[in-house]
Design a protein around this ligand. Structure first.
Ligand code: SF4
Length: 391
């Protein structure tokens, strides 16, 4: 993580960690979808005791995704009482706002950091504005009130969050945790606040940074808000690991948050996971659902076939495919893609040109009953020819 390494995708389970089978199944689902780190709640003795067994079962399933333990309030007790769990986890997340009050704050924090040092584990110091260290924040507010021109509330919150993260990191280093074993995050739930707090902290330090818009919401709203916030920061060169904290929708897989992260990274050309399909939105020029269905079918085919392609055709993930709805932008986009197809619009000549590497490869008849099959065959032939290791 960090430096020139690729941006890492993280996710988090929502099963009770003590329910070993359910947790193993969900970690596997998230890892299969492309999550490269999975965080689990470690909130009580049962959850803590379950971790080594979860790791064992995942290993038996050939799933080796690193697991991060998420600790609040009692992490110092759990990590001390369960050394096997402390060893089995790959990283600990400590929230400095939830480690105790007064003298206990530093004492409990130090206990967890010392366990991390003993087991050679990295630590994420994860500040969240919903659980900001209240003693630190109150002091900041009091100091602010004494200023001739007090800053506004949000500004004080942002400064307190940054201070909580950096002071905790400095303390962890003083205790002996190496600089490169520390990850920071300062999550907020409003897009502009989140961008602002990360821009400020990233200018002050070079710790590995985990980005996330906390409590982003569900579905379209959550994905749009997270993409806006993460996209701006990533474009500015900030952030080493990312997560989209989406509220789950009933009946929708938890892996949506992972797929959304992949789509974001690929759409910004930061990482590539599978061939991308450029398709137009359709408009009054398309008089049937034919092109919409074809675009959907090609996307589904790529998703299903990618695990196989990945093993045999390195580089295929960068391929570009176009599925377009009419002559206006169809041929242009199709020529730009590696493989492209342009279906005829309502008042156009009923022919379907297919382009390969910018050249017209063939033209199908508008009423060809095997458009999808032919296009998939062309796709497969192209991939085998262009991306085979032996080619
Ligand atoms: S390519 Fe044609 S069908 Fe697609 S949106 Fe543009 S004009 Fe409409």
């Amino acid at each position: 993580m960090g430096s020139d390494h690729p941006i890492v995708i993280q996710s988090m389970t929502n099963t009770p960690t003590a329910d070993i089978n359910a947790t193993v199944a969900q970690v596997k689902e998230l890892a299969d979808a492309g999550s490269e780190l999975v965080r689990l709640t470690v909130n009580d003795f049962e959850a803590t005791a379950a971790i080594p067994e979860i790791v064992k079962k995942l290993t038996a399933l050939n799933c080796h995704v690193p697991l991060i333990g998420d600790f609040h309030y009692n992490g110092h007790i759990l990590l001390t009482k369960y050394p096997e769990t402390a060893q089995a986890l790959s990283k600990y997340r400590i929230n400095p706002g939830n480690v105790g009050k007064g003298e206990k704050h530093d004492e409990n924090f130090a206990t967890m950091v010392q366990v991390a040092i003993k087991h050679d584990k990295p630590v994420r110091i994860g500040v969240n504005w919903g659980s900001l260290d209240q003693e630190l924040f109150t002091k900041r507010m009091d100091d602010n009130a004494k200023l001739a021109q007090p800053k506004d509330f949000k500004e004080v919150v942002i400064e307190a969050m940054i201070s909580s993260a950096l002071d905790s990191a400095a303390y962890a280093k003083k205790l002996g945790l190496a600089h490169n074993k520390i990850v920071l995050s300062v999550k907020m739930s409003e897009v502009q606040d989140m961008i602002s707090v990360y821009q400020k902290i990233c200018k002050q330090t070079d710790y590995v940074m985990h980005l996330g818009l906390t409590e982003a919401g569900g579905n379209i709203k959550g994905i749009a808000a997270s993409s806006a916030a993460l996209g701006i920061l990533l474009q500015q060169g900030y952030g080493d690991t990312i997560r989209m904290s989406l509220t789950p929708e009933p009946g929708v897989s938890r892996d949506l948050e992972v797929r959304a992260c992949k789509a974001l990274l690929q759409s910004m050309d930061f990482r590539y996971f599978m061939p991308s399909v450029t398709s137009c939105p359709g408009c009054g020029r398309t008089n049937s659902n034919k092109f919409v269905e074809l675009a959907k079918d090609i996307n589904t085919y790529i998703e299903i076939t990618m695990p196989h392609w990945k093993l045999h055709y390195p580089g295929v993930e960068k391929m570009k495919v176009a599925v377009m709805g009419c002559v206006v932008n169809g041929p242009g986009e199709s020529k730009y893609a590696d493989i492209g197809i342009s279906l005829p619009g309502s008042s156009e000549k009923p022919s379907i040109p297919i382009f390969q590497d910018g050249e017209l490869l063939m033209t199908l008849k508008g009423d060809d009953p095997k458009i999808k099959e032919t296009f998939i065959e062309i796709l497969e032939t192209y991939i085998q020819k262009k991306f085979s290791v032996s080619s």
